[in-house]
Every structure is written in C-alpha cells, then in structure tokens.
Design a binder for this molecule. Structure first.
Ligand SMILES: *Cc1c(COP(=O)(O)O)cnc(C)c1O
Length: 430
C-alpha cells in the first residue's frame, strides 16, 4: 500500500476493491504501526474513508441539520481534524475535550459544551476561550452560569417521561416551565432546547418523532415567556454499525418528517445534532492476537469456586477458551457506554497460513489478557478452531474504544493505523 505522510497523520492508501481483510493481513505481517513494538501486539485499523462516506450520507439525507461531532466517541486528533476538514462542529463535555478541539484549530463558536453539569473551573475555562453555547438542566446550574458566565447561550436539555430515558440528565416535563421562568428572571439567554435519546439498539426511530414533537411545545412555552429560542439540538444516538439492524435512513426519514411537521422553516429554528457513534463506529477494526488456548470440559475441569461463567449453556459440550491480547480494559470497556451496550459481533479469524472457513464452528469463549477473572469479551460464541498465534479481527470498533480504554495490568490500548481510499479528497488540516 502507498503511504501518505503529513505532519499530523501517516496514512496507508488503498485501491478500489481492496478488502479490509487483505489490509489487516498485510499489517499483521509487515507492521506499519510505529507504536506496535512487537509483531503480536494488537492494533486498530481506522478507515478515514468510512467517516467521509458517513458524512456524505448525512449531507444527502439531512442536509438541513448541522452536526457537532460528539468528541467522547473518538477524541483522536486525526479524526477530529478530519471532522474539522469536513466543516463540522464539536460536542465537548470537559475542559480537556474543549482544549483538544481548540488545539487542532476549531473555532470556539463551533463548539457546544454539552454537559448539563459543568465543573466550575471548566465553565471558567469555557468563558476564557469564548465557548458560549452550552446545555443546562437544573436551577443550580443556572445560578452557577449567572455567577461565572452570564453571557452564555443556554440550551435546555430535556428528558421525557414518555419512555425510559436514563435519569442522570435532562429536565422533566413538569420542571421545564419553572426552570425557563428562572432563567428569564436571572436575565440569562436561553437560545434553545436539546435531547439525547441514548442507546440506539433499544430505540425505535419513532422516538425521534415523539421527541421532536414534544420539544415543539417547549419552544412555544419558552417563546411565550419572551425567551429567544431558535436552536433545536436533537443529540446523537444514530446507528453507526456496518450492518445496522435499523439503518440510518430510517432515522433520517423519521427526523426529516418530524421536523417538517413541527419545525417548518417559517419558525426560524436552526437544527443541529451531535452524532458520535454514527460517524466513528464502523470505521474501526480491531486486530488482536490469540496468546493461548485451552479446552474446558464441563463436569471435568470445574474450578472449585466456580467463578468463571463458561459452564452456562454448554450442555456438557467442551468449550475452547482463547486468551486474546485485547479485553474488557484495553478495548472493550466501551461496551458499557450507552450506545454500544449490545454484543460486539463475533470476530473474524485471520490466519496467516492454513484454512479459515466458517465450517466447524465450535463453542468458544474469548478471554481478555489481564489477570482479572472477569476480563472476558465473549463468554459464549461460535468460532472456527483457532491456534495460538492466530489473529482475529473485530468489526465496528471505532467508537468508545480508545476513549474509554485503559492499560490495566500493562496491556495497553492498541495503537491506531489509519487507512483511506486513494482518491480521498478531504484535506487533513494541520
Ligand atoms: C454521548 C453523547 C452523544 C453521542 O452519542 P452517540 O450515541 O454516540 O451518537 C451526543 N450527545 C450527548 C449529549 C451525549 O452525551
């Protein structure tokens, strides 16, 4: 593969028709990942072309909605520079995230500080840097903003009683009017409302319709109080997997229709969104090494304290237990993050020599590398039999992986190597 190098990124360029499997096998053999010290170290392949095609998809289906990329899903400066090159804004939740996007050259007015409870010093930092757009959902936050950053432009974060939304954030229906009233009294500027529907795997696209419809009434209430509300932020929660069960188009259609009905252009409301997973999930592929294997025979190899879960559902069948150099801490911690709680797909086996085939699938268990006994990726899955030294590749590993992982027990978050199609046209700005 051709290499492209700039001061900020090293890219392998692939030609039309090249498969990710071919790329992975080449990388496994001849490492071009500088941080990968040893040939059996794990790594992430990140396809910037995939991010660009997601952005094209967004522009084609929801051209009227500006996106503010959710930095927490992948704060990698290479990804952030790409988003900047694509003309996108940023959703940040902390001083560090704000600093990171300012460092790559983003303008403060392209940032929304989308954490309804801000650490006071972070709010001061936002004021120093001129990041004025931010969310809130309590009276306490309003008093703090009044004290620290009274010129801020505030967006009310909503939570709806109509369906299960985590209670951690958002203002309930019954509190909306008093809260807006207080903002008015304090002389603060409330410019709009937002929501984040959260986990896409349990959310029907119709939820966006209900949420948008409901938010319309909040705008009416706010405008009734004399607040200048003209910004609607529909958050994230759009699917980002390679083969999403409910494809993005379904969500885009639902959103478009709901906006036409409730926020026609005559209302003069600007609409923004904060997708994270949508942009980054399918761009990432994680390649890991099988460090060891062992056969577990239920009834015969039972441990005395029975702490491992591998006796579930084996029906007495033996289980191949594989020990990978990626696990819950350095790559799969994101599984607890809202948007990707459901199962990661069973990985693809990458063998340098010897057969691969989908035949002869056997009950298997994939352990992570640390000495912690709960470090297990898949308690139960069906895999072709692997050998120590084989590589496996996980798909959809581009969101919430590097951002939430840690190097517990000396097994570090895998380094990333970037790839892009030869004809990629986006400028990766400095
Ligand atoms: C995490 C988060 C997002 C991004 O969510 P995805 O499901 O990854 O698209 C957007 N908005 C807010 C407020 C968030 O907390």
């Amino acid at each position: 593969m051709e290499l492209f190098e700039s001061p900020t990124v090293k890219l392998s360029l692939y030609g039309k028709g090249t498969t990710i499997r071919e790329i992975a096998l080449e990388k496994v053999k001849f490492t071009t990942v500088p941080e990968r010290e040893d040939l059996d170290d794990p790594f992430i392949i990140y396809d910037l072309g995939d991010v660009v095609s997601k952005d094209n998809q967004w522009r084609e289906t929801l051209p009227q909605i500006e996106t503010f990329f959710a930095v927490k899903s992948n704060p990698d400066p290479v990804v952030l520079r790409l988003m900047l090159g694509l003309g996108r804004g940023f959703d940040c939740s902390s001083k560090k995230e704000i600093q990171t996007v300012l460092d790559i050259g983003a303008s403060p007015d392209r940032i929304i500080f989308a954490h309804p409870f801000k650490q006071e010093s972070h709010l001061r930092f936002a004021r120093e840097k001129g990041v004025s757009l931010m969310t809130f959902d309590t009276e306490e936050e309003l008093y703090m903003v009044k004290r620290v950053y009274p010129e801020a432009k505030l967006v009310l974060r909503l939570r709806f009683d109509a369906w299960k939304m985590p209670i951690k954030f958002g203002c309930r229906d019954s509190k909306v009017r008093p809260l807006l009233g207080l903002a008015k009294e304090l002389g603060l500027s409330v410019c709009g409302a937002s929501f984040y529907i959260g986990n896409i795997h349990s959310v029907d696209p119709k939820v966006f319709v209900q949420a948008i419809r409901h938010t319309r009434s909040i705008f009416e209430a706010g405008r009734g109080l004399g607040l200048d509300m003209d910004l609607l932020d529909i958050g994230g929660g759009f699917p980002g997997r390679l083969h999403a069960k409910k494809p993005f188009e379904k969500y885009a259609d639902a959103v478009r229709e709901a906006l036409e009905e409730n926020f026609p252009p005559s209302m003069g409301v600007k609409v923004i969104a904060e997708p994270g997973t949508f942009y980054t999930q399918s761009a990432g592929y994680l390649v890991a090494n099988v460090m060891a294997k062992r056969l577990y025979r239920p009834g015969k190899d039972e441990t005395t304290n029975g702490t491992n879960g591998t006796t579930n559902g084996t029906n007495g069948h033996p289980v191949w237990m594989y020990y990978l150099n990626v696990g819950v801490f350095n790559a799969f911690s994101g599984r607890d993050v809202d948007s990707i709680t459901t199962l990661f797909e069973v990985p693809e086996l990458l063998r340098l020599e010897g057969p691969v085939g989908k035949k002869h699938l056997k009950p298997s268990c994939l352990w992570g590398p640390t000495c912690y006994s709960k470090d297990v990726i898949f308690d139960r899955c069906m895999m072709p039999e692997m050998e120590s030294g084989d590589f496996v590749m996980f798909h959809d590993m581009g969101a919430y992986i590097t951002s939430s992982g840690c190097g517990f027990n000396g097994f570090e978050v895998p380094p990333t190597c970037y790839i892009a199609p030869k004809d990629i046209r986006v400028v990766l700005r400095k």
